[in-house]
Every structure is written in structure tokens, then in C-alpha cells.
Design a protein around this ligand. Structure first.
Ligand code: GLU
Length: 423
């Protein structure tokens, strides 16, 4: 078992110490319900056939159909998919959407594929996993390096396979075919609402508001823009090419435009910042003088090797699993508060839920309605996690797991445990 998966499961056991969990339920929750692996073979543009490893994991469906994105990434592997599906299970429980957790992946570097090859791969994924997914069984969505277009291809493929129009089989679709308003900014917006709700409690309301953002993809770049508008100074950002630093603050809108044209944040020009911009190594990002760090890239980025150099007081996890469990311990010792992924990035799956509800109703909401429904959910659960952490004197991460676990336990108990049958 990988360190990532071990770390994920250890959270379950940690949380179980703070709430009543029957052994039979712990046993159910420490293993995935279903993991399917498939080799996807597609025709390349040059006429050759090439195959790619792919997975889908449904971790637990006690609270509803399973839900979770599909990532296309060269480092994808089965343990990572299972860890991500485990996190989705708890994320859906914490934020209170009626889903279980799932995740999928294809081991591929999408930069090596043409658009037509990417379409064939996306359709092949649905072919391989058609028996597993479904609008009331398992509902995929975008994740790293997949986007609304990929979701559109996947939905189209599923609809032709079953001979029906089933928009609710997948979320994160383009608006024209049943996507939801607000879905593309939902992960960042959810994180922003969490931060707003906890600003005072985190003691960030009177700080200098300097933030470092690791990852400048959809979530990272959108979050940078929202924070910038709210008066935060974006002192450093990075992407896979490396990092850049500007003491006076970067302009995320100019930077995103530049990245779109040139390919990376390292290709900045002077319009991208309010002062001198320097290139820095990715690890140096975390050592910057700042108040808040937002990891918005891959998992396992803050580890035992770099955690002690962190000067920020708060880390808000917009990525899934960016802080390893040994880094968590170091941060706790150093009084760095971590707002955990299963709360901080739950805005994405929440608006996915709204999309699915709209698909089922065949009735579509205006943008403001999406935000008006998202905000109170993020605020209520952020406060609930904070209050639980305070009352039990535990970290926000453990508190989020305790809250999620209590909801999972309730769902499993609702169909009867030993205590019901043999009191
Ligand atoms: N991939 C996103 C996540 O990790 C969204 C999942 C979804 O919308 O189902 O939360």
C-alpha cells in the first residue's frame, strides 16, 4: 500500500477515536467497495493502436450514488485512485451532499495526444466502465487535466450506449448540454467562502494578507483572482514549470492571460506584477514570508522535508491530499493551521450535485441561485468543523473526518447494525 493511501486510511482510525463507531462499520470503511482496472486501446492519428491503463474506484455508497472526478495524469496509479475515492467519500459526507465517494484515472500525458486522440480516449473510458457508472450509481466529473469538453464526450458516449439522453450520468459538462452555471469556478469559490467564514477564527482578518498559491490551473488561478479582488497580495504562484515571486504582489488576471498565450507562469512579463518579479524553485514557494499558503496542485506536496520551513500561519488545501500525514504533525507542532481538503475544496462537488439535481429536474437555475445555495452550505459546514475542533481540541482535519464519519455511521446504521438485530 502506498504512503498516500496509508495516510488516508489512518485518518479514518484517528477520527474513530473521537466518536462512537461500531467495529463492523470501521471494517466496511477501511476498504474500497469496488476497484476496476482496464486497459484502454485507441487508434492514434498515425494509424497505430496504443493502450493506456485506466481505473475507476467506487469507495463507499452508503450515503448515495458514488461521486468523483476522472483525472488524466502520467503519474496516475491505482492506490492514488483509491485514496482519492476515499477522500471523496468523506468530502461528500462533510459538505452534506447525498453521495458516496469514487474516483477514476487514466495514466496518460494529455500533452502527447491530439484533440481527436483525446476524444477517442475519453469515449474508450466510458466504454470500459459503462457497467459501473450511471446517473444513480456512480457519477464522474472533471479532475486534473480533464475538462467540460471531455465530460461532454463521455456523456455523449454513455447516451449512445444506453440509447437515451442521460445528462445526469456525469457533471462538469458544458452549459449547452446540461452543465450548471458556476461549476467552472465552484472549487475556488467554495474555498473562498470557507476562508471568509473562518477568517476571524483563523486570526487572518488583521494580517498583511500575503498569500502563496501552488498550482495555477483552474482552481488555483480562479482562487488567485478572487483573493486579489478581495485585497489579498498574491506574493508567489507556481505551476509545473516552477514558481515566481513578487513582494509587491502579482496580478493574477494578467498572469493567467500570459500563461494562456505562452504556456507557463514562468513566461511572465512586467505587466504581471506590481514590482520586481523573480523566478523561484517550487520548494522555495513554501518558505516565502506569507500569511496563507494555498496548495492547488497535486497530492503530497508539503512533506516532512519541507513542512518545518513554512512561515505561513494557515494552509488552505484546494488540492486533494497536498499535505502528507507526517507533515501534518510537524505543522501542528509549529502551530500552522491546516484547513483540510475535504472541506476547503468541497465547492466543486457541491455544484456538481446542483448540476445533477438540475439534470434530474430538467429545470435550470440562474447563476445567482447556484451561489446562493453554495454559500450557506460552505459556511455552515466550515463552522461546524471549526466548532467540533474547538470542543474536542483536535485539528480541523480530524474534526472534518469526525463530522464525515458520524454522517457515514448514521447512514450505515440506518440499514441496521448488530446493535439493532442483536441488542
Ligand atoms: N474532482 C473534484 C474533486 O476532487 C470534483 C468531483 C465532482 O465534482 O464530482 O472534488
Amino acid at each position: 500500500m502506498s504512503e498516500t493511501l496509508q495516510g488516508a486510511i489512518s485518518q479514518l482510525h484517528k477520527a474513530a477515536k473521537y466518536t462512537e463507531v461500531p467495529d463492523e462499520i470501521l471494517d466496511i470503511l477501511q476498504f474500497p467497495a469496488e476497484v476496476l482496472s482496464s486497459r484502454l486501446t485507441i487508434r492514434m492519428d498515425n494509424g497505430a493502436r496504443r493502450s493506456f491503463q485506466a481505473w475507476r474506484c467506487r469507495y463507499d455508497g452508503s450515503r448515495g450514488p458514488t461521486k468523483g472526478g476522472i483525472r488524466f495524469h502520467p503519474d496516475a496509479n491505482m492506490d492514488e485512485v483509491v485514496s482519492l475515492a476515499f477522500w471523496m467519500t468523506f468530502k461528500c459526507a462533510v459538505i452534506g451532499v447525498p453521495y458516496g465517494g469514487a474516483k477514476g484515472a487514466v495514466k496518460v500525458d494529455t500533452r502527447e495526444l491530439s484533440k481527436a486522440e483525446l476524444e477517442r480516449l475519453s469515449r474508450a473510458y466510458v466504454h470500459a466502465f459503462a457497467g459501473l457508472i450511471g446517473p444513480d450509481r456512480d457519477i464522474p466529473a472533471p479532475d486534473m487535466y480533464t475538462n467540460p469538453m471531455v465530460m461532454g464526450w463521455m456523456m455523449d458516449e454513455y447516451c449512445s450506449l444506453v440509447g437515451q439522453h442521460v445528462p445526469g450520468v456525469i457533471t462538469g459538462k458544458p452549459l449547452a448540454i446540461g452543465g450548471s452555471q458556476g461549476r467552472s469556478i465552484a472549487t475556488a469559490l467554495g474555498g473562498f467562502y470557507v476562508l471568509q467564514q473562518l477568517l476571524k477564527s483563523l486570526d487572518l482578518d488583521k494580517c498583511e494578507k500575503r498569500v502563496v498559491i501552488q498550482g495555477f490551473g483552474n482552481a488555483g488561478a480562479t482562487m488567485a483572482e478572487m483573493l486579489h479582488k478581495d485585497g489579498w497580495k498574491i506574493v508567489a504562484v507556481s505551476d509545473s514549470s516552477g514558481g515566481i515571486y513578487c513582494k509587491e504582489g502579482l496580478d493574477p488576471v494578467a498572469l493567467a492571460e500570459r500563461k494562456r498565450k505562452k504556456g507557463s507562469v514562468r513566461d511572465y512579463d512586467k505587466s504581471c506584477g506590481g514590482g520586481k518579479i523573480e523566478s523561484i524553485e517550487r520548494d522555495e514557494m513554501f518558505e516565502c514570508d506569507c500569511d496563507l499558503i494555498i496548495p492547488a496542485a497535486l497530492e503530497s506536496q508539503i512533506t516532512r522535508d519541507n513542512a518545518s520551513a513554512i512561515k505561513a500561519r494557515v494552509i488552505l488545501e484546494l488540492a486533494n491530499g497536498p499535505v502528507t500525514s507526517d507533515a501534518d504533525e510537524i505543522l501542528q507542532k509549529n502551530d500552522v493551521i491546516v484547513v483540510p481538503d475535504i472541506l476547503a475544496n468541497a465547492g466543486g462537488v457541491t455544484v456538481s450535485y446542483f448540476e445533477w439535481v438540475q439534470n434530474k429536474q430538467g429545470y435550470y437555475w440562474i447563476e445567482q441561485e447556484v451561489y446562493d445555495r453554495l454559500k450557506p452550505m460552505m459556511e455552515t459546514e466550515s463552522q461546524a468543523v471549526w466548532d467540533l475542533a474547538e470542543s474536542k481540541k483536535i485539528t480541523l482535519r480530524t474534526a472534518a473526518y469526525v463530522l464525515g464519519l458520524e454522517r457515514l455511521v448514521d447512514a450505515i446504521k440506518a440499514v441496521g447494525t448488530q446493535a439493532y438485530f442483536c441488542p
